[in-house]
Write a new protein. Structure first.
Length: 386
């Protein structure tokens, strides 16, 4: 976000200063073009995701969420009853959608995948046609460089057809081009997309800490796809967050024996087992928790949940200083209230282990204010009472 804002500020300021002194300055016009390109690129992302959402609605896909940008959310709300979030770095986006029925899935999926690029091309074509006919009315007051920046930004939407893997809201995914190739040439497309319907439902319910709803999505999906790794994973997460830690751990251990899982899912699974080991608070499980939490964090070193679990395991090993370094990093980006409360309780327990009772009590009180029933409340209260 800082880099994006810095480019906007520097290019905008340079354009204003240079063109203020000399309207014919080539450097000034180049800076202005860069300024409008970055603004145009952000708008092109919004247009692109709007195209996917419109296509999803037209082909009857359920839209679970629209996300514009990555990083911390700066606005969250609903548009036409669809959850929408705008994030601090507006240079990417996702529309999480899937079919709820199995009819004509391949054709519907093709239209959904192409919706974003087609919308960008339509906007770029509109800008080009208006430019050819000449700018009139309000458009005449728009700098020509801004006009061309918007044209090129939308035209660049076609680059999303280049097939490659990217990080998405639910693990690794692909650009429109890669997903399109998979839709056109992969076997079992209908089952893959139908399964995704339940995976997305379980994921977003889990992210909102609606554990029973997430479990319901997973259970209904597993009735159709009993070997689905993501659905079994979300089933174990729901069990763990409703206090059934032994069941959650046993299911997760069984899943770990499967070697075909994607690296993202495998890292999350290892993290979950380490977390369940910590919750069970058994000395026999500490070596397993230490190994799996270390492997998980090495695979996804930025993820707040993995940072928190590794911090919890280090705390259980009697290393509060090392634990605090990781926990301080995991608390800030953790948004769901109970998860954030549990992170603060871990921080409280670490401060208590260091003998800093004032900080331990402060974090304990803050956690209580966020959620009435975090998983670690009793353990933190016990640690602070010592």
């Amino acid at each position: 976000m800082r880099a994006y804002c810095a480019v906007l500020v520097v290019s905008g300021a340079a354009a204003a200063v240079l063109l203020g002194f000399d309207r014919r300055s080539e450097t000034g016009w180049f800076a202005a073009f860069m300024f409008f390109c970055f603004i145009g690129l952000a708008l092109a992302i919004v247009i692109h995701e709007s195209g996917h959402a419109l296509a999803a609605a037209l082909v009857g896909f359920r839209i679970f969420r629209i996300q514009v940008g990555r990083g911390r959310p700066v606005w969250e709300g609903r548009i036409a009853r669809i959850p929408v979030s705008l994030h601090e770095l507006p240079l990417s986006g996702w529309v999480s959608a899937a079919p709820s029925t199995a009819r004509f899935v391949r054709g519907r999926a093709v239209l959904f995948v192409l919706g974003g690029v087609l919308m960008n091309l339509a906007v770029a074509a509109a800008f080009f046609l208006v430019w050819q006919r000449g700018l009139t009315g309000a458009l005449a007051r728009l700098p020509l460089v801004a006009f061309f920046a918007m044209f090129w930004s939308n035209l660049l939407g076609i680059l999303n057809l280049f097939p490659r893997q990217v990080s998405g809201p639910v693990g690794r995914t692909g650009t429109d081009g890669l997903v399109l190739l998979q839709v056109l040439f992969s076997r079992g497309v209908a089952d893959q997309w139908r399964q995704q319907h339940y995976v997305l439902g379980a994921h977003f319910a889990s992210a909102a800490e609606r554990w029973e709803e997430s479990s319901d999505w997973a259970t209904r999906g597993l009735a159709l796809f009993p070997d689905s790794f993501p659905l079994l994973l979300y089933r174990s997460v729901s069990l763990g967050n409703t206090g059934r830690w032994n069941e959650a751990r046993e299911l997760s251990i069984d899943l770990l024996a499967r070697t075909h899982a994607q690296p993202f899912w495998l890292a999350m699974l290892k993290n979950n087992i380490a977390w369940f080991d910590f919750l069970l608070d058994s000395a026999e499980l500490r070596s397993e928790a230490a190994r799996l939490s270390e492997e998980a964090l090495a695979a996804i070193p930025w993820h707040p949940a993995l940072l928190g679990t590794r911090g919890a395991v280090l705390l259980a090993q009697g290393k509060p200083e090392e634990a605090l370094q990781l926990l301080a990093t995991s608390v800030e980006p953790t948004r769901p209230p109970r998860s954030r409360a549990d992170n603060l309780l871990l921080v409280s327990m670490a401060h208590a282990a260091r003998g800093d009772s004032a900080e331990a009590r402060r974090n304990l009180d803050l956690a209580r204010s966020l959620a009435p029933d975090p998983l670690l409340l009793k353990r933190a209260e016990s640690a602070c009472a010592v």
